[in-house]
Ligand binder design. Structure first.
Ligand code: ATP
Ligand code: MG
Length: 406
């Protein structure tokens, strides 16, 4: 029998309250898998033989709020004293079209295990920590084998997202070679990926990119022709690999979007196409396109003065993105890059001391000229390393007004 080591997320009062209210319920999926590995557990999923209606009744009676987020699939989101959980009724997939499933509820734990994607994701644990393994997931987890529950081709045809999930989980939990049968099936079925929504593709791929070492898996996806289904050509896998190495060496939390920016070619159009295909948020698209089109030279030996200037012109995020991408291209200068990063972190944006009113007071009539004069003086002010000397600012203003107005 396998038993989980004591887990803080299991003994947390919110978790206990939920499990007590449900009565019949077990933890499932990532929480159990990561607990067995001793890795951090982010979100806690719960499986139960209770129907969604019964879940709703029992939890409401216990004073717990229930949101029917995916009620057609038997999933409700519950929030216990501020902590969210997903509670899903045991189910089997009755009908699938490669993207969606029509489901039937069941009281059978083993049946629920068989509809899950990989054996290591089909593990359950009760409130006492006892683990229930219907598909040999504990053994696969130990050996780092990401294996489909059942026949790989069949499981992929039910939901093509599982191809991307195979690589995502292999990047995070795989040891040694990827499962041969799974890889063969994924390569043979790759054209089905085109059916998937951009949002689902993005979610899996960004999680994959967040792995400690995403590059070897991306190379495997490239050589099996799968990467081309979700990303353009001319990818810079070596640059991404370098960035991931920098993150690991410095204990930086991986930033999925920055890693994507490192991977994409230096070309705004391509970045825009990926943003569109992946249905990224406007902010995410802007960030990717900005990084892909950047032309400023950020070198490891910039002076503090140059750093201040760039930060003021670009803003914090674009500056840091450029810094990291250049760091990835030149990883040997680690000490200097870290110093630049520290300079950026210590920076606060100076406020340009002049306003339109000062410009008008200097004799410029209200209108577009005011902004032009202001811009000219601001540029000089930035070049002066943000001088706070009022006299020289006033002199400069006078000189610009002379030149522009008269
Ligand atoms: P993570 O820690 O990255 O969240 P996870 O295992 O919790 O990992 P999720 O994507 O949150 O992954 O899915 C939760 C569980 O739901 C999985 O462990 C798996 O059992 C099941 N699952 C999710 N997506 C699929 C799918 N497309 N096909 C089959 N089972 C799936
Ligand atoms: Mg999860």
């Amino acid at each position: 029998m396998t038993r989980l080591e004591p887990q803080s997320w299991m003994s947390a009062p919110e978790t206990r309250k939920l499990m007590d209210a449900l009565g019949e319920a077990r933890f499932v999926g990532g929480a159990v898998r990561n607990a067995l590995l001793g890795r951090p557990v982010a979100d806690v999923d719960v499986a139960t033989p209770l129907t969604p209606g019964e879940v709703q009744r029992k939890l409401t009676a216990a004073g717990i709020a229930v949101v029917p987020t995916g009620i057609d699939h038997g999933t409700v989101t519950v929030v216990v004293d501020g902590k969210p959980f997903e509670v899903t009724t045991l189910r089997r997939d009755v009908e699938t079209d490669g993207r969606h499933a029509v489901v039937a509820f069941t009281g059978d734990w083993a049946e629920d295990a068989r509809r899950r994607d990989f054996t290591m994701n089909a593990l359950y644990a009760d409130s006492s920590g006892e683990v229930f393994d219907h598909v040999g997931g504990v053994e696969d987890l130990k050996t780092g084998r990401v294996r489909f529950v059942g026949d790989a081709v069949t499981r992929i045809r039910e939901d093509y997202l599982r191809i991307l999930r195979l690589f995502r989980f292999h990047a995070w939990y795989g040891k040694g070679e990827i499962d041969a049968a799974a890889l063969r099936a994924a390569a043979a079925e790759k054209s089905g990926i085109a059916k998937l929504s951009g949002e689902r593709v993005a979610k899996e791929m960004l999680r994959l990119l967040e792995a400690e070492k995403p590059a070897p898996v991306l190379r495997l996806m490239a050589s099996s022709g799968i990467l081309g289904e979700v990303l353009p050509d001319r990818l810079q896998i070596a640059r991404l690999e370098s960035l991931a190495g920098i993150d690991a060496a410095n204990f930086f939390a991986p930033d999925a979007l920055l890693r994507l920016a490192a991977l994409l070619p230096h070309d705004v159009k391509t970045a825009a196409l990926v943003g569109e295909r992946w249905k990224l948020s406007n902010a995410a698209r802007a960030r990717l396109e900005d990084a892909a089109g950047s032309s400023e030279k950020i070198v490891a030996y910039l002076s503090i003065r140059e750093v201040r200037k760039l930060l003021y012109r670009l803003g914090m995020q674009p500056f840091k993105d450029r810094l990291f991408l250049n760091w990835a291209d030149d990883p040997k200068a680690g000490m200097q890059w870290r110093a630049l990063l520290a300079m950026a972190d210590a920076w606060t944006r100076p406020v340009f001391p002049l306003t339109g009113r000062d410009v008008m007071r200097a004799g410029v009539p209200e209108g577009p000229l005011v902004g032009r004069v202001l811009g000219e003086v601001e540029e000089w002010w930035v070049d002066s390393d943000f001088t706070d000397d009022e006299f020289s600012l006033a002199e400069r203003l006078k000189a610009v007004v002379q030149a522009v107005v008269y």
